[in-house]
Ligand binder design. Structure first.
Ligand SMILES: [Mg+2]
Length: 357
């Protein structure tokens, strides 16, 4: 079995082709840490993590760089590395930037392991490539802007579109949903995302109005870690509550499931802890019969959903395509992960050089 010999860590700020308007301001770039994990067999594993704000970019890169010494000369065995790093950081805690760093290494180790076997991640995990329905996102763009953006995605073949809402009044939220519905017709699945902006009582009130709009889900109506508040919303609303992108680790997910905080779940492969943790999350979801979708990270998530028993939707984004050699392919609104080696993450080096900081 080959051994890990080192890590190369780079930080990039990737400009977005279409700046993304959110309730918290305009997002115009993606701060990413790119990891290359070297092995003594010559195989290199790749992974990337997203720090949301450039303020956390350098610190996250440095943290990952500092972890190289902890795994040097270790066997390319993802479960062993995950156990070692989780134990090593138990006193500090494995959420936040530490969690991101551990996930970065976990995903790079899985990538190197599958590349060494000359397989895709999904084949390495014993699965087969399956098309998963993908939806795309619309920003905080008002009724007209959201409808226009939704039509654009549907013209590209997507069968689901999710809009950010949480306007000053519920009437404005409804206007966005109706404008989108009118623009895309009845066959397209529509979801909405409040990005944790409401109190439980506000959410219950707004959902009384939104419940008749035929939405597939309402995402993060309230604080992601207020499991009881979210459970109250889920009980009161007919629309299914979706949540998960902000849960750190499998234990958060278990607490949320135990509290019945969400009807549907969508862990983020980075915040949940990488591939190793995703597999455990998928097992928990299956045990409860809860449908599981993904959050951003489309390349690796498209493969993981193929081995997720209750796989539901893939969240599609193209924000990081500029630095990727082979971004995820979508055909007729479905993912296509055929002919991929590893997790599918590989750099366009010329582009990386342009965006590196
Ligand atoms: Mg969301």
């Amino acid at each position: 079995m080959s051994k890990i010999t080192g890590l190369t860590v780079r930080t990039v700020r990737v400009a977005m082709t279409h700046p993304h308007r959110t309730a918290g301001g305009i997002v115009a770039e993606s701060p990413l840490v790119l990891i290359d994990l070297q092995t003594d067999s010559g195989v290199v594993g790749h992974s990337m993590v997203f720090t949301y704000t450039p303020a956390a970019l350098r610190a996250t890169g440095e943290l990952i760089r500092n972890m190289a010494d902890l795994i040097r000369d270790d066997a390319l065995a993802p479960f062993e590395i995950e156990a070692k790093l989780s134990k090593r950081f138990r006193l500090l805690g494995t959420q936040g930037l530490v969690g991101i760093a551990i996930a970065a290494i976990d995903m790079a180790v899985w990538d190197a392991f599958s590349r060494q076997m000359n397989k895709s991640l999904v084949r390495l995990l014993g699965g087969v490539e399956k098309p998963i329905p993908a939806y795309a996102g619309v920003g905080f763009d008002g009724a007209e802007g959201s409808a226009r953006a939704a039509s654009g995605w549907v013209e590209r073949g997507f069968k689901g579109v999710k809009a950010k809402i949480g306007y000053p009044t519920v009437q404005e939220d409804v206007a966005v949903v109706r404008a989108m519905r009118k623009a895309v017709g009845d066959d397209v699945t529509l979801m909405v995302d409040y990005n944790q902006s409401l109190t439980p009582v506000d959410a219950i009130e707004r959902l009384r109005v939104l419940d008749d709009e035929g939405l597939a889900w309402v995402e993060e109506p309230t604080l992601a870690h207020d499991y009881e508040g979210s459970a109250a919303v889920a009980r009161a609303a007919r629309t299914l509550v979706q949540s998960g992108e902000n849960w750190w680790g499998v234990l958060d997910l278990r607490h949320a499931l135990d509290a019945e905080a969400s009807d549907l779940i969508m862990p983020d492969v980075m915040k949940i802890g990488g591939v190793t943790a995703w597999l455990r999350a998928a097992a928990l979801a299956e045990s409860k019969g809860v449908r599981m979708s993904s959050h951003i990270f489309p390349e690796i998530s498209a493969q993981l959903l193929c081995v997720t028993p209750t796989a539901h939707w893939l969240e599609y984004i193209d924000w990081w395509n500029p630095v990727l050699k082979n971004p995820l392919r979508i055909a007729q609104g479905m993912t296509d992960v055929t002919n991929v080696i590893g997790t599918g993450v590989e750099w366009d080096e010329a582009a990386v050089a342009r965006f590196e900081v």
